[in-house]
Design a protein around this ligand. Structure first.
Ligand SMILES: Cc1cc2nc3c(=O)[nH]c(=O)nc-3n(C[C@H](O)[C@H](O)[C@H](O)COP(=O)(O)O)c2cc1C
Length: 169
């Protein structure tokens, strides 16, 4: 790898095990700042964020996903939403949210924290909005669980590049 950005992309892992140490609010803002520097169609910046550290709210959110143990274990969560009133194209805005979330995951690694993108909770997005007291204009894209990693030995694999290239013309 010749570039630190390329190395960060390859070395980022989903982190699901965290210590009890709290995450500074300033660090969460740094992560969100990286998210909002993602590209978006027409630069419409449709993303919105909810920062959750409250234990009681985390417990209620944990009941909404099969991955509740991760939600309970993470000292901080960031809910990533699309603001329907700021959107212009469902597909492109969802793509922008994905770019935003990936920026956030990379920023999390860059400041020494760990994170995992939780998507399974989307099946209960209406309940999540109720718990967070959000109206239907906020459409849940993901919950990111964030904390200080308790271990860093996670492994992941990717198939060979050739399997993904359909054609080279
Ligand atoms: C759209 C999306 C949804 C995901 N949902 C979950 C989830 O609900 N629970 C979980 O533990 N991991 C979830 N992940 C993390 C993936 O399992 C993980 O990125 C994948 O296994 C590759 O591992 P790596 O991130 O360490 O490279 C999700 C990732 C994406 C992109």
């Amino acid at each position: 790898m010749s570039s630190s950005i390329l190395a960060a992309i390859e070395q980022r892992r989903s982190i699901r095990d965290f210590t009890d140490e709290m995450v500074d609010t300033a660090m969460l803002h740094t992560i969100i700042q990286a998210g909002i520097w993602a590209p978006s169609g027409l630069n419409n910046q449709p993303w919105r964020f909810v920062i959750i550290t409250d234990t009681a709210i985390r417990s209620r959110l944990a009941e909404q996903t099969h991955y509740g143990h991760i939600v309970l274990n993470a000292p901080a969560l960031i809910g990533v939403f699309l603001d329907r009133e700021s959107m212009y194209d469902d597909l492109k805005d969802a793509q922008s949210a994905g770019a935003c979330i990936q920026n956030m995951l990379l920023a999390t690694e860059a400041i020494g924290l760990g994170a995992v993108w939780l998507g399974q909770i989307l099946k209960n997005q209406e309940k999540v909005n109720q718990i967070l007291d959000l109206n239907e204009n906020q459409e849940l894209m993901a919950v990111i669980a964030i904390g200080h990693p308790s271990r860093r030995d996670q492994q992941s694999q990717r198939k060979p590049l050739a399997e993904f290239i359909v054609k080279e013309l």
